[in-house]
Unconditional design. Structure first.
Length: 389
């Protein structure tokens, strides 16, 4: 066990924790829950739990639709984590009594124009070549499933195992589960890892991990819209829709309460400004695919920062030069779907001391050099929630 001690029952008299988790987004809270449930004393450092970009994220659990060229190892991790989601969601609901918006209708992937469909089909062929469940559908078959789709849609495919969850419900549920297991939340920022007093520190700070650890984690901006169906009714479609519309890639995620999440841009920028151009592009593409959205209320336009890495895959496990500092960051656009497996793998490592083979492709040293610990004279990192887990 990395902590070097046997687990002890949670106690209100906490002199020193066994594990300190930096960051209280979905990843950090799930790790804290798993560690505390094993009897370890856990503290979670975050000045504003859940206030980061998980409050912006759409919550798609899409290992199939997001299986991209050149990312086979990442796709394997996504599939393994998605397979854990049904049990994870059920356990979380049983532990907390909180509904997290977990839905299993599946995902429709569509192309509006001939060019859009040709681009989409190249990706679907690759996904099918991996043995993933992708079923091509003719336009009439698409509209049998979702009559609200625009008549112009040229074709699509079904990914039945790609589901969804509501991150704005997930994060409070994970916080409740972690606290009920004995984890303690400390509402203070961590400026330097040397300020953390614990045998094992888990850095789950999203983009904030770069300044804390020296890892190559960069912010990738995403702008997203929230719409609401008129009169409080449910949206006129049930599936998650992932579409190509005149070259614009968008997704539409329906919620039972009438909300529709429409996103998202992918920008190599570190600001969280909402721009008129992004709103225009998202709305145009969304309405082109589902015309009824033109009558929905626009209730929110926000931006968040995904923690990206050079290969788009997360960084999981010990820092090369500091084996008792574990990274759980860099999840980019996959943080929600990867929450269960990240929590299990990191908690297993903390408790057992032996890394699971699944961690090997995602080691912190894979980028060709040891991660440097943020120098004491360097810039102070800012930890604001989870920064788009």
């Amino acid at each position: 066990m990395l902590t070097g001690r046997s687990p002890s029952p949670p106690s209100s008299d906490r002199v020193r924790p066994d594990v300190a988790v930096v960051g209280a987004g979905p990843i950090g809270l799930a790790i804290a829950w798993r560690c505390a449930a094993r009897g370890l004393r856990v503290v979670v450092h975050d000045p504003a739990p859940g206030s980061g970009a998980s409050a912006v994220a759409a919550g798609m659990l899409s290992p199939v639709a997001e299986a991209y060229f050149g990312e086979r190892q990442l796709t394997g991790l996504l599939l393994a984590s998605a397979a854990r989601w049904p049990a994870f969601a059920a356990e979380l609901a049983e532990t907390t009594g909180v509904e997290i918006g977990y839905r299993t209708e599946g995902t429709l992937m569509v192309g509006l124009t001939g060019d859009d469909l040709a681009e989409a089909r190249r990706l679907w062929a690759y996904q099918q070549g991996l043995g993933l469940p992708v079923t091509p559908l003719r336009p009439s078959e698409l509209r049998d499933r979702e009559p609200a789709l625009a008549p112009r849609v040229r074709g699509g495919a079904l990914a039945p195992t790609d589901h969804q969850v509501d991150p704005r419900l997930l994060v409070p549920a994970l916080r409740t589960a972690a606290q009920r297991a004995g984890a303690v939340l400390v509402p203070q920022p961590v400026r330097f890892l040397s300020d953390v007093d614990a045998p094992v520190t888990v850095v789950a700070a999203g983009c904030g991990a770069a300044a804390l650890t020296g890892l190559p984690v960069r912010p990738v901006k995403g702008q997203i819209l929230r719409l609401r169906a008129p009169d409080g009714v449910a949206p006129g479609f049930r599936h998650v829709i992932r579409g190509y519309a005149d070259g614009e890639h968008v997704y539409l995620v329906p919620r039972a309460d009438g909300e529709v999440v429409l996103g998202a841009t992918v920008e190599e920028r570190s600001d969280t400004t909402v721009t008129a151009g992004a709103v225009q592009r998202l709305l145009r593409a969304g309405v082109d695919l589902l015309p009824e959205l033109a009558e929905y209320d626009l209730v929110e336009a926000v931006a968040g920062l995904r923690p990206g890495t050079p290969d788009n895959a997360p960084i999981l496990g010990p820092l090369p030069d500091r084996p008792y500092v574990l990274a759980a960051t860099g999840h980019h656009r996959h943080g929600i779907v990867l929450t269960p497996i990240t929590a299990d793998l990191i908690a297993d490592l903390v408790f057992g001391g032996v890394p699971d083979p699944l961690l090997a492709p995602f080691r912190a040293d894979r980028f060709g050099g040891a991660a440097a610990v943020a120098a004491s004279g360097g810039p102070e990192p800012t930890l604001e929630g989870d920064l788009w887990s």
